[in-house]
Write a protein that binds this ligand. Structure first.
Ligand code: HEM
Length: 447
């Protein structure tokens, strides 16, 4: 690397605190403003550290694919997810991915479709016409139930979901920008909650694993492989197929954390978008009525539910549930002529690229019909990356797309949703996943 290369520019900030306050107050606005001021690669100054923000598909490709060996996961990931797939590296990661991949093969995904629809119908049985439902948390309940009935092969016991959700919310707080105001060693309430949450999640996970081994000893289990049976086998296996107890807990943490809140966020934003665009909601209902003809949706209907799939795609663009992919450089690298030294934290701002008018006309508007074949063909590589890219791409992407489409179709077949939150302008906030500031109150009415 040329030693003369410059460092990326930094937006104007306060002495000592740099960009911290402005970023914490309104993180997405800050990113937009910083890009206007500095361009699509800039340096954010925080107490005791700096973060390099990238907002260009070409740089995404360099970090995730071409130079991926020069970037690893950040220490926060290791702290949160231990030895799980989300945070491990190198041969440990590829061994773990090899063990888990069969649970996400196309044949397996097809088999999950029925359970996804069943879980949705169970939840719908609790809805009452005319009531207002907080859809952000309702979708979290539903996707957690789906995760358990599919991957884990068992239903959630009453209250169990609440405990898991509270614990994983605590993990999320660690990554919220407000907890960046102070250096890492200061024990803020969010950080204490984080440590407690990890402990609670691990306790829940040990409980799940021990129940599973009791059940399998009493042959109270189906023959189908589930995450729990796979992990149990891996504990007992030797060589390449072996996982330690620490790794098994890490996989459970990763799957619970990555596997429900992301899809729940997509579904919540999809309902908000439909409720505030009545013409699109009407066309969505018409498609469901024509394609399903009164029958419950199945995997085989997916291809014909074209508008529903575009609604999912457009939601993943406009409200990317994972708004930012963090990395740490493991050697000196050069990006677009700028120098980034080894050990720096890098943020790939997916949401900024997904809302960039260089790639999307009218980028702030929800327009599922933009997703024509021609448009997709012309879209630059890595300009649409809701599931990341390269070898660390989301293992659950097909699962998530199937789940989102089937949940939308099952609910849309029977219910119409209306916004019940006054001014429909939405303020979104980054935790690990994209969340709303004030929730998503939606009134449900039987069709
Ligand atoms: C709309 C829903 C989802 C979105 C937007 C999403 C997004 C992502 C993204 C962006 C990454 C890459 C992170 C990185 O490179 O640092 C990722 C990784 C991952 N996701 Fe998802 N995800 C979704 C659903 C799921 C589901 C349903 C599961 C599991 C059931 C899952 C499990 C994982 C795991 C285990 C990884 C780590 C993969 C690895 O490093 O090998 N995700 N996801």
């Amino acid at each position: 690397m040329n030693p003369q290369t410059r460092r990326p520019p930094a937006p104007e900030g306060l002495p000592l605190f740099g960009n911290t306050f402005e970023f914490a107050r309104s993180p997405f606005e800050f990113v937009d403003k910083a890009i206007d001021e500095c361009g699509d690669i800039y340096r954010m100054e925080l107490p005791g550290t700096e973060v390099y923000v990238l907002a260009n598909p070409k740089y995404f490709k360099q970090v995730l694919v071409t130079d991926s060996n020069a970037f690893g996961k950040t220490p926060d990931f290791h702290r949160a997810f231990g030895d799980g797939l989300l945070s491990t590296e190198g041969s440990q990661w590829s061994r773990q991915r090899g063990i888990l991949q069969p649970l996400f093969s196309l044949d397996r995904i097809k088999e999950y479709g029925d359970s996804m629809v069943n879980a949705t119908q169970r939840r719908l049985a609790t809805w009452e016409g005319g009531e207002t439902i907080e859809m952000e948390s309702e979708m979290q309940d539903l996707t957690l139930e789906i995760l358990f009935s599919t991957l884990f092969g068992r239903e959630l016991a009453p209250g169990e979901g609440d405990d898991l959700r509270t614990a994983s919310d605590g993990l999320n707080k660690w990554f919220a920008p407000t907890s960046w105001l102070l250096p890492n060693w200061v024990p803020t309430p969010a950080r204490r909650e984080f440590s407690n949450s990890i402990e609670r999640l691990r306790m829940e996970i040990r409980q799940l694993l021990s129940e599973h081994s009791v059940d399998s000893a009493s042959e109270n289990q189906s023959d189908m492989d589930t995450l729990l049976s796979k992990l149990q086998d891996a504990l007992e296996a030797s060589g390449q197929d072996h996982l330690s107890m620490e790794e098994v807990e890490g996989q459970m943490l990763a799957m619970i954390f990555a596997g429900y809140e992301t899809t729940a966020a997509a579904l919540g934003f999809a309902w908000y978008s439909l409720a505030t665009n009545s013409d699109i909601q009407q066309a969505f209902h018409e498609e469901i009525d024509t394609v399903l003809d009164g029958n419950r949706p199945t995997y085989d209907d997916i291809e014909d539910l074209e508008l529903t799939q575009r609604i999912v795609t457009e939601t993943l663009r406009l409200y990317a549930p994972v708004h930012t992919i963090p990395r740490q450089s493991t050697q000196d690298v050069e990006i677009n002529g700028y120098r980034i030294s080894s050990g720096e934290e890098i943020h790939l701002s997916i949401i900024a690229v997904h809302r960039d008018e260089r790639f999307y006309d009218d980028p702030e508007t929800f327009r599922p019909d933009r997703w024509t074949d021609d448009f997709e063909e012309e879209l630059p590589e890595y300009a649409f990356v809701p599931f990341g890219g390269g070898r660390r791409m989301c293992i659950g992407r097909e699962f998530a797309r199937l789940e989102a489409t089937l949940v939308l179709a099952t609910i849309g077949q029977q219910w119409e949703l209306a916004w019940d939150g006054g001014d429909p302008t939405l303020t979104i906030e980054p935790e690990i996943t994209t969340q709303t500031k004030n929730g998503l109150p939606l009134r449900v009415q039987q069709r």
